[in-house]
Each structure stands twice: as structure tokens, then as C-alpha cells.
Design a protein around this ligand. Sequence first.
Ligand code: NDP
Length: 327
Amino acid sequence: MFRAVFLQKSDTAVLSEVRELSEDRLPEGDVLVAVDYSTINYKDGLAITGRFPVVRQWPMVPGIDLAGTVESSANPRFKPGDKVLINGYGLGDAHWGGLAQKARVKSEWLIPVPSPFSTLNAMAIGTAGYTAMLCVLALEQHGVRPDRGPVLVTGAAGGVGTIAIAVLAKLGFDVTASTGRLEEAAFLQKLGASQVIDRATLASAGEMLGEEKWAGAIDTVGSATLANVCAATRYRGTVTACGLAQGLDFPTSVLPFILRNITLCGIDSVMAPYELRAEAWQRLARDLDVKKLDAVTQVLGLDQAIATANDVLSGKVRGRAVIDVNR
Ligand code: NDP
């Protein structure tokens, strides 16, 4: 038997509870993982509360990522004792996920935890940090370098935002952080932001084209904010869009694209190709100061996962909420 967060759907709501389950209920897969840690990402918040229909199969064990130790493997690439992690691939929405002491998964989803990270480090980074690195890689691919000018990070005090700031600062970028929690300004500056701005300045419909401010941006909130970020991006700058914390609409015009030649890059972590994932994790191992992770991480027990899902959706969690599934 093992403990897991278990989601069931009724006619009107999603029922979430922590339950004991037997191993024979685990889905198909060629590797059995003893999970050490999972996390509560924004998408887990949506799944656990049922606020948005992200779950595609019922019943479901949520948790879009996990890190742990291989217990048994039918694939010779992995052996018992190997430290591994998974992000996405439908974990927690189409295949039972990481908020459980055991997971049976496909070996092609597994990434070895890169040195110097522990399984706790890997989940302190989690899908949010890995997505932040996918954004950084996309900016680099489009020629955004520190000498091109300042870079903006929206949703700065969230999971993607905090890791993005830490990585960009280490790479030498001048980082502006946009947050609704100005009381976190000192924390964001300690992570590496040189400027902190109030997200309210970007939140409502603005001009189609504004003053050129940023050479690049990592946007985690979408909606009017993303439109305003595009309108204030410098000539030939690049904006990466990975999130929808403000909304999934995008009320913009073509002007930033046809007059300023800006690029808008969509970022998806769930089905990203394996080579790109491996590159992102290698770059995190190189470009993220592990000491900064402690400042952005809180470690909670499995029984706290459901309440934390609500906190994540209310924007009350600073940085990363890691769940120790064995606590
Ligand atoms: P978090 O909940 O940790 O952070 C989101 C942040 O967005 C909050 O901390 C807050 O930052 C800001 N925010 C919340 N509500 C609003 C609002 N109404 N208007 C403007 N800003 C708001 O989430 P993550 O960092 O883990 O994820 C960020 C986004 O990226 C989510 O939408 C998530 O679904 C998405 N995502 C997408 C992935 C992909 O593959 N494309 C992968 C991972 C995440 P502050 O308090 O600083 O203002």
C-alpha cells in the first residue's frame, strides 16, 4: 500500500483526499519509482480544486512532476537506486502523477537527476524552474543577450518567476521583476532583480505600442499584461509566453510585430522533446545557484498538498511549494 492524493469527479465537483492505495492500481509503465518529492504547480492547483478542467482521466493522482528513486525497471537504461525526475508528459492529468509515494511510469519520460542536484533540489526547481529555463533558452536562441538591454519577468514571485530571475541574473542580465506583492521586493532583489515594478502598471489594456523598454521578457501571466509587454518590447526583442495566471486571453495588435519586428515565442514544457528537456536540466545544473533554491522553497507534507493547491491559485505561495510525499 502507498499514500497518495486521490481525485474523483462527481456531477458537480472534484473530490480531493489523501488515501491509501494498493500498488496493483498503478497505471501501466516499465519503471516503478519510489517518489521522494513532488510539487504543487499552478496546474496541480487547477486539478486538485477542479477550478479548470485540466484532468483528462478519472480517478486521478495529481502531481505534474516528481523526483525519486527507481525501485524496479524493465528497461536496462535504469536500475534500482537511480535518482530520476519527470516533468509533464501528461503526469497528473492523463497518467497518475507525483503526489504519491509510488509511481509507475514510462522509462522514456525519465531524466536522471543531474549533478549536483538532490531529488529535493530537482523538485525545488520542478516544472516551474524547468519551464523558466526553457524560456531562457528561447530568449538566447533569439539573440537576447545581456548587452541588448533589460529583461522583464512577470509573475515574479511565483515558481517560474523566481527561478527565471535567479538564472537570468546569474547569466548577467539586468532583470526587472513585475509583481503584485511589492512587499516581496527585497526578496526579489536578493534573487537578482535590479528593479521591481507593480504588476498593476501592466494589468489593464494599454497602448498598442508604447515606449521601448525591454530587450526580452518571460511572461507567466498572459492577458492584458502580455499585450502590454509586447507593446513595450524593444526593436527585434523577444517575449516568451508560458502562462495564464492573469487570463488566457491576449488582447493585442499586430503593431509590435510589424513595426518593431518583435518575436513572441510560445513555451510548452509538457510535450517538449527529450533532448530539449535534457539540455534545460543540464543548463539548470550550470546556471542556477543551488543556494538560492532554499530561499524560494518551502517543503510540506502530503497532507498539506490539498490546502496548498488553493494557496497557489490565490497567489499566496512565494516561489516553490515542494511536497515530501513520505512526510
Ligand atoms: P505560481 O502560481 O507559482 O505563480 C504565478 C504568479 O503569477 C503569482 O505568484 C503571481 O505573481 C502572478 N499572478 C497571479 N495571479 C495574477 C493575476 N491575476 N494577474 C497578474 N499576475 C498574477 O505559478 P507558476 O510560476 O508555477 O506558473 C506560472 C504560469 O505558468 C501559470 O499560469 C502556469 O499554469 C504556467 N505554466 C506553464 C507551463 C508550460 O508548460 N507552458 C509550465 C509551468 C507553468 P506575483 O505575486 O509576483 O504578482
